[in-house]
Design a binder for this molecule. Structure first.
Ligand SMILES: Cc1cc2nc3c(=O)[nH]c(=O)nc-3n(C[C@H](O)[C@H](O)[C@H](O)COP(=O)(O)OP(=O)(O)OC[C@H]3O[C@@H](n4cnc5c(N)ncnc54)[C@H](O)[C@@H]3O)c2cc1C
Length: 379
């Protein structure tokens, strides 16, 4: 068995992988340059939900099982036994009907139900009357950082060493990984390096001059305390899955007009706090400039927004791959380097199973499915 493994990145992927590898008896060191959950894994919307891509469905279902086990093992992490439900809101009734038909054909197990505007406010009385919706049996709201922190704690309990506050770079000699160089010049010897650095993964891998396969798509969110109850469902404008593409984000950004960056209303509430999202931007923006836009857009759906208290503004980046799917497994051409990154908007929902998949590739030599393989050809 591979004996020494260094994981680069303390997001959901790196922390879950460290816990799973340590559970299998590997000696694991995790290197995180800022803090556990410093990136999107600590600052996301907080929705574990079906990822609208058949290639990712098994990762979602397996992640649910792993989250249930995590909740059993952790004092702090909790996830409801059944989904709160996801409401995909659409102002265009015909578009909602068409999407409902597609979802019934594609994912009958999510029990898609078409709701008229009247039925939407019966299902979720806090919403404004107007949009139609498709309701799906998915969506488990959690505090955004809670899963990543719980995996990191479990990794430590299982004997993994966490080095926080120092960046790392894979060290390769004669075509094989020999460890990681830390920002202060120290070296950690290893026969496997797992790069799980989210949107920064491409910077750490020599891709033979190819364009970066993973790019950041920046999202601003607001942490809100609503005056009174919060919506029970996770609510989203019915387009989030359609913009799960780096190319789509760039194309939207090109059409961006001052004060109106590409954004869609989404809201998930857990632990007394509601997280409001979000933008899809190719570069980092000042959250305070985006805040009025997010609030204005959300108030069109949810009147309570007008009196909400803004507790915190956040920005973080989705690790957006070219084809919207993660890269999982061994990196071609270098012995001992593995990758698990590129989950775009679905990393919380599919991360634990992805981490388990790369752990099996490292320890057992199993190959991930071709559509998720690290070396798959991209058009
Ligand atoms: C606004 C927003 C809302 C989202 N909401 C949801 C949601 O509701 N549900 C869902 O499923 N997904 C959601 N996502 C997507 C999800 O958050 C990401 O897919 C997931 O967090 C990515 O996890 P990761 O571990 O790959 O990367 P990250 O969370 O980015 O972690 C990578 C880590 O690597 C560290 N790092 C980078 N370089 C180095 C280095 N050289 N050395 C050491 N450490 C390094 C970084 O500091 C970072 O902590 C959302 C994303 C955004 C932006």
């Amino acid at each position: 068995m591979r004996s020494e493994i260094v994981v680069i990145g303390g997001g959901i992927i790196g922390c879950a992988a460290a816990a799973i590898l340590a559970d299998r008896g590997a000696r694991v060191t995790l290197v995180e340059r800022t803090a556990v959950g410093a990136g999107a894994s600590g600052r996301n919307l907080g929705a574990i939900q079906y990822p609208f891509d058949p290639a990712l469905a098994a990762l979602y279902h397996d992640s649910l099982t792993r989250y249930r086990a995590l909740a059993d093992a952790s004092g702090d992490f909790t996830m409801a036994a059944s989904p709160a439900g996801l409401l995909l809101l659409n102002r265009d009734l015909e578009a909602a009907e068409a999407h409902h038909r597609r979802l019934v054909a594609a994912v009958p197990e999510l029990q898609p139900v078409l709701l008229s505007p009247d039925e939407v406010v019966l299902a979720e009385p806090l919403l404004r009357h107007g949009p139609a919706a498709v309701r799906l049996a998915t969506g488990y709201p959690i505090p955004p950082a809670s899963a990543t922190i719980a995996w990191a704690e479990l990794a430590e309990e299982r004997g993994a060493r966490l080095i926080i506050g120092t960046g790392g770079t894979p060290l390769v000699q004669s075509g094989a990984a020999v460890g990681v160089v830390l920002a202060d010049g120290d070296r950690i010897g290893a026969d496997v390096v797992l790069v799980a650095a989210g949107p920064w993964t491409s910077d750490l891998l020599d891709d033979g001059g190819r364009p970066a396969r993973i790019q950041p798509t920046w999202g601003v969110t607001l942490q809100l305390r609503l005056d009174g109850d919060a919506p029970r469902h996770i609510v989203e404008e019915d387009e989030v899955d359609a913009i799960n593409r780096a190319a789509a984000a760039t194309e939207r950004a090109a059409r961006m007009v001052e004060g109106d960056p590409p954004s869609l209303f989404s809201l998930a509430s857990a632990g007394g706090i509601s997280t409001l999202g979000s933008t899809f931007l190719p570069s980092e923006h000042e959250p305070a400039h985006i805040e009025p836009l997010l609030l204005r857009r959300a108030a069109e759906f949810l009147p309570l927004i007008e009196t909400a208290e803004v507790l915190e503004r956040r920005i973080c980046a989705r690790p957006q791959s070219v084809d919207g799917r993660p890269f999982i497994g061994p990196v071609e051409g270098v012995e001992g380097i593995f990758v698990c990154a590129g989950h775009g908007p679905w990393g919380i929902s599919t991360g634990p199973a992805s981490a388990a998949m790369v752990a099996r590739a490292i320890l057992d030599g199993t190959q991930p499915p071709p559509e998720l393989a690290a070396g798959r050809p991209l058009g």
